[in-house]
Design a protein around this ligand. Structure first.
Ligand SMILES: Cc1cc2nc3c(=O)[nH]c(=O)nc-3n(C[C@H](O)[C@H](O)[C@H](O)COP(=O)(O)OP(=O)(O)OC[C@H]3O[C@@H](n4cnc5c(N)ncnc54)[C@H](O)[C@@H]3O)c2cc1C
Length: 250
C-alpha cells in the first residue's frame, strides 16, 4: 500500500507512459542507509494514483512528456511488483543513474556545440554600430572560450564513457561525477554567451537558446545537484589519496 507525493515525475504525462516506477522508504530504521529504499511498479491507472498538476521548469511545460506532481493515496499493488527485492531500491537507482547522467552530459555537449555554431552565424551576420559583431574582440573571446570549454568537457565525457565501456559503470563513477559537475555548467556558460550575442532575439522564441538554457540549468539540479556530486567526488578522492605516504608534504 503506497502513500506519498512526488514532484517532477518526468515523462509521466506522455500518453504512452502506463507504468510508474515508485521509489520509497520501506525500512527507514535500517542501519544501512542504502538498504532503506525499495522500488515498485505501479500501473498509472491504479486507483489512488492522481496526477495533481504538471510542473514547469522556468515556465516550460516540456509537453508532451511533462514533469507532473503525482499523489499516491492508499495505492494497492501486488508485492510481486517489487523490483529486484525489498531494500534494493538504492542499488537499482545507482545502477541507472550513472548511465543516465552521462547521457545528459552527451546531450548537453551537443546543445552547447549548436549554441556555439549559432553564435558564430549571428556574430558574422549582424552589424551593430558599423561593424560585424564577429569583429568585436569581446565577441571573439566569447566564441573562443566557448570552443575551449566544450572541447574540455567533451574529452572528459569521452574519458568517462571509455572507462564505462572498458571497466563498467561502477569503476567510472568518479569520472561520471566529474562530467556531471563540469558539463551542465559549461553548457550554461556557452548558451548564455550565445544569448548575449543574439541580443533581444536571444531571449525570444525565435531561437532554441532559451529552451536550451533551461535544459542546461535544470540539469545542474536534476539527477543530483552539483553540490551533492562535488561532495561525493571529494569524499572518494580523500579516501583514495588521503591515506597515501606523505611524499608531497615533506
Ligand atoms: C525538470 C526536473 C525534472 C525532474 N525529473 C525527475 C524525475 O523524473 N524523477 C525524479 O525522481 N526526480 C526528478 N527530478 C527531481 C530532481 O532529481 C531533484 O530536484 C534533485 O535531485 C534535487 O533534489 P531537491 O529538489 O529535493 O533539492 P534539495 O535536495 O532540497 O537541494 C536543494 C539545494 O540544496 C543544496 N544541497 C543539497 N544537498 C547538498 C549537499 N549534500 N551539500 C551541499 N549542498 C547541498 C544544493 O544547492 C541543492 O540544489 C526532476 C527535477 C527537475 C527540476
Amino acid at each position: 500500500v503506497i502513500n506519498g507525493r512526488k514532484w517532477f515525475t518526468s515523462g509521466a504525462l506522455n500518453k504512452r507512459c502506463t507504468l510508474l516506477i515508485v521509489m520509497g522508504k520501506t525500512d527507514a530504521d535500517n542501519p544501512d542507509v542504502h538498504k532503506q529504499q525499495s522500488m515498485i511498479l505501479v500501473p498509472k491507472d491504479t486507483p489512488g494514483v492522481r496526477i495533481v498538476r504538471d510542473i514547469t521548469a522556468f515556465g516550460y511545460d516540456d509537453a508532451p512528456m511533462g514533469h507532473p506532481e503525482i499523489v499516491y493515496d492508499n495505492v494497492r499493488v501486488p508485492a510481486a511488483n517489487l523490483l529486484l527485492g525489498e531494500g534494493r531500491g538504492f542499488e537499482i537507482a545507482q545502477g541507472r543513474l550513472g548511465p543516465g547522467r552521462i547521457h545528459h552530459c552527451m546531450r548537453l555537449i551537443g546543445v552547447a556545440q549548436r549554441a556555439l555554431e549559432t553564435m558564430c552565424r549571428r556574430a558574422e551576420s549582424r552589424v551593430a554600430f558599423g561593424r560585424k559583431l564577429s569583429e568585436q574582440g569581446s565577441v571573439r573571446e566569447d566564441i573562443a572560450h566557448s570552443h575551449c570549454e566544450i572541447e574540455q568537457a567533451r574529452l572528459l565525457t569521452l574519458k568517462a564513457a571509455d572507462k564505462m565501456d572498458r571497466d563498467g559503470n561502477k569503476a567510472a563513477r568518479d569520472l561520471i561525477a566529474a562530467a556531471k559537475i563540469v558539463v551542465p555548467s559549461m553548457a550554461c556558460r556557452v548558451i548564455d554567451r550565445a544569448i548575449q550575442v543574439h541580443g533581444g532575439m536571444g531571449v525570444s522564441q525565435d531561437t532554441f537558446l532559451p529552451k536550451a538554457y533551461v535544459y542546461a540549468r535544470f540539469i545542474r539540479i536534476g539527477d543530483g545537484p552539483d553540490q551533492v556530486h562535488l561532495a561525493a567526488l571529494a569524499r572518494q578522492l580523500v579516501r583514495l589519496h588521503g591515506a597515501a605516504a606523505p611524499r608531497e608534504s615533506r
